[in-house]
Design a binder for this molecule. Structure first.
Ligand code: DLL
Length: 433
């Protein structure tokens, strides 16, 4: 089994912890000097960077939450001047404004090497033809994986999303050996390949790298048997870098988390207390190498646990379990993060006021779909049909522009959405992953 960066992936725990401490001290210094938000919260908590003498001192630092990033929109959390930033990405915020992340040249180099780690661990080499089906653009997924695959020296096909028939044609003709996608899109591809009567044996696929959304072992079995490839999971969060936080090796027993670049903690999402080793809780990450956008104790909202036992592959880095669930109400729709509050903001702004609604999420033919069921209020009811139609269109447009996903919107009779104790549950997620 190939290892991309033996020095960092196979370090002894002592060496690793020494490196983590040095990098943590440098990061804390950097954010204190350069990021007003951190300077203020450190001052308020009476912390100076010299207080970090051991890794356990990290627990004295306050958490960073999405709302901190929203308040500091767009560049308030950057730790370098904009002239040193060579790339800007963004991810969903909880409201209509996104979160903005910056990368220096060095951040991009380190990011590419982190991605190269999980790609190599999954079996990708410079001989591979890698087809990337993530959306190119502000989302970190496509560019992150793209640069990692190029660092390995593989031949990269920057397909982007959608156009399934063309994806399959290219997969056949260009002899794609490694598929990068969400797990649900891999199943959609398998369905279409079957419909088109193409024998998967005639394809050249060997490796599948799936990330960006939760998926189960059952889905892994299905993807592997239908596409005839080895499927591995990889995990990332835009606010800390993008893809390249953790990835499986061929043992497929958890994702090695790149602890030399991200210091992980598992906390109780209710109390914020750090939980004992091996417990299940919310993953909190502190970046150890980021120059432009360092994060101290960023609450990911992802519930998992860490396993520090040695892995047969030789890597010494801890492994995180598949994400069990979220600690908040974030939904992942076709790999895109959506907060119910974004939908509500969009709906209420078009409706010019509060309107009872329900978000229904389903997985049909392997693809996630979202429908917004809106109760007719007297105001909407009194609109003529044409105006009702343009009202629905306006909601769709607004939601698409804020979240980047297309939804269906349906009007239903007043009081027809079920209530419990007078309250509507805002989300009905019917997916069974
Ligand atoms: O999804 C980065 C990424 C792109 C990772 C492509 C892997 C591949 P965000 O859009 O910020 O970043 O979404 C991050 O997605 O907090 C998890 O809830 C979820 N997520 C990401 N990877 C996995 C995974 C990218 N392998 C959020 N399993 C995270 C389960 C995942 N959930």
């Amino acid at each position: 089994m190939n290892i991309w960066d033996k020095t960092h992936e196979c370090m002894s725990r002592d060496e690793l912890e020494q490196l983590q401490l040095e990098r943590l001290q440098a990061t804390v210094n950097r954010v204190y000097k350069n990021v007003t938000h951190y300077r203020k919260i450190f001052n308020d908590a009476d912390i100076i960077s010299e207080d970090i003498r051991s890794l356990s001192d990290l627990t004295r630092m306050p958490f960073t939450v999405k709302d901190d990033l929203r308040v500091n929109y767009p560049y308030g959390m950057f730790a370098v001047p904009l002239r040193e930033v060579v790339r800007i990405h963004s991810s969903s915020g909880t409201t209509s404004k996104p979160i903005v992340m910056g990368y220096t040249k060095n951040d991009i180099k380190i990011w590419s090497n982190l991605v190269a780690r999980f790609m190599t661990a999954a079996g990708v080499t410079h001989d591979d033809v890698v087809q990337i089906t993530f959306r190119y653009g502000l989302f970190t997924g496509a560019f992150g994986v793209h640069y990692g695959a190029e660092a390995i020296g593989a031949s990269v096909i920057p397909m982007g999303t959608g156009n399934t028939d063309k994806q399959i044609m290219i997969m056949q003709d260009y002899k794609t050996t490694a598929l990068v996608s969400t797990s649900s899109y891999a199943i959609a591809l398998a369905d279409r390949i079957e419909q088109l009567g193409i024998d998967p044996k005639s394809l050249s696929l060997k490796v599948g790298l799936f990330g960006g959304e939760p998926w189960s072992e059952k889905m892994r079995e299905e993807i592997e048997s239908r596409l005839l490839l080895s499927a591995t999971d990889n995990y990332g969060v835009s606010e800390v870098i993008g893809p390249g936080v953790a990835g499986e090796c061929l043992c497929k027993k958890g994702m090695h988390i790149y602890e030399d670049a991200f210091l992980p903690e598992i906390i109780d999402p209710e109390t914020g207390d750090v939980l004992p080793l091996g417990s299940e809780g919310e993953l909190v990450l502190t970046t150890l190498t980021r120059e432009a956008f360092p994060m101290i104790r960023y609450r990911t909202g992802d519930i998992t646990s860490l396993d520090y036992a040695p892995c047969e592959c030789g890597r010494t880095l801890a492994r995180m379990k598949k994400i069990a669930r979220r600690s908040d109400d974030m939904l992942i729709i076709r790999g895109v993060n959506v907060y119910p509050s974004q939908i509500e903001d969009a709906l209420f702004s078009v409706a010019q006021g509060e309107t009872p609604y329900l978000i229904v999420v389903e997985r049909k033919n392997a693809m996630d779909s979202m429908e917004i069921v809106v109760e007719v209020t007297d105001k909407i009811f009194s609109l003529e049909l044409q105006k009702q139609r343009s009202f629905l269109e306006a909601i769709k447009k607004r939601i698409a522009s804020v979240t980047g996903i297309n939804v269906d919107v349906r009007l239903v009779e007043s009081k027809s959405i079920p209530r419990q104790k007078g309250k509507i549950a805002r989300v009905l997620d019917k997916r069974n992953i």
